[in-house]
Design a protein around this ligand. Sequence first.
Ligand code: SER
Length: 345
Amino acid sequence: MTQRTILITGASGEIGHGLISRLSGTPGVRLIAMDLRDVPESIQGKVESAHQGDICDRAFVEHVMSLHRVNEVMHLAALLSTSAERAPEQAHEVNVQGTFNLMRTAAEQAQAYGDPIRFVFPSTIAIYGVEPREKDTIPPVREFQALRPITMYGANKLYCEALGRYYGRYYRSLTRGDRRPPLDFRCLRLPGIISAETVPVGGTSDYVPEMIHAAARGEPCTCFVRAETSLPWMMMPECVDAILQLAEAPVLSRCVYNVASFSATAGTFADAVRRHFPGAEIRFEPNEGRQSLVDTWPADVDCVRAREDWGFTTRWTLDEAMTEYIVPAVRARYGSTTPPEGAAS
Ligand code: SER
């Protein structure tokens, strides 16, 4: 079995937590964590080595990658859409320059060692820009459609998809000769992600995780989009499944895949939360700015290619996700005393 030495950037973030918890202890896998923030002890205990530093610092990136002879990168570090809209120039630095530093360094090392480096990159529904008035009537959006992001985050991610495709398919095409391109680039466009273990920061799809965690803590929540706002979603364990399925798939015919489990409105989630947490106080007070971003993200995406090419599967519908994953996990986390739905009183 080939030893996998996987560098995970953004290791202290939501997906980093989920991915490291799942991969830790897997035979033949060495995990190297990287984050701008301190890597928490709970994660340090699960990885071989943790490095605190900035992906915009090329010397730091080079140092970490060569120190461990990384052969796989899962690049999760990013400023999400709301944060990026508040600091667009900084977002460009992190989301584009930081990604370029990683790809460039990985490509150089791949060439030095004579072996391509696998580079797994989560992209986003924010790379799409649909007409708000058509959002709820158009068919699920396919990978090549509506590529007109209106946010810095979406523009950054769409460009980095192209950069990854370049390093993975076309690098130095005029002079490379028979040598393989240096990166094996694989990208998923993630929908809104919901974790029962962590609360997201700086995203525009945060309104659903926020209402779930607030209800479990017994706190009121103000939802910043309208109740009828629809987006595609998936649960964190499904997101981790998808990243690993894609990372472990044999040769692929394309670089970029949509993934999602189901589509649902904020109001549908609020109803589901109220069913499980009858005292939940959820008010809808749309924030015009954030609403206008979500209004350009598709209500649903077409995942046929991911299913056909690498066997993408999902675990849950919304109701199943609430019952089998979210509610038990947030109750365990916050020690909620609200009786489960259907429990005898
Ligand atoms: N969750 C991301 C955000 O809200 C979208 O992919 O920014």
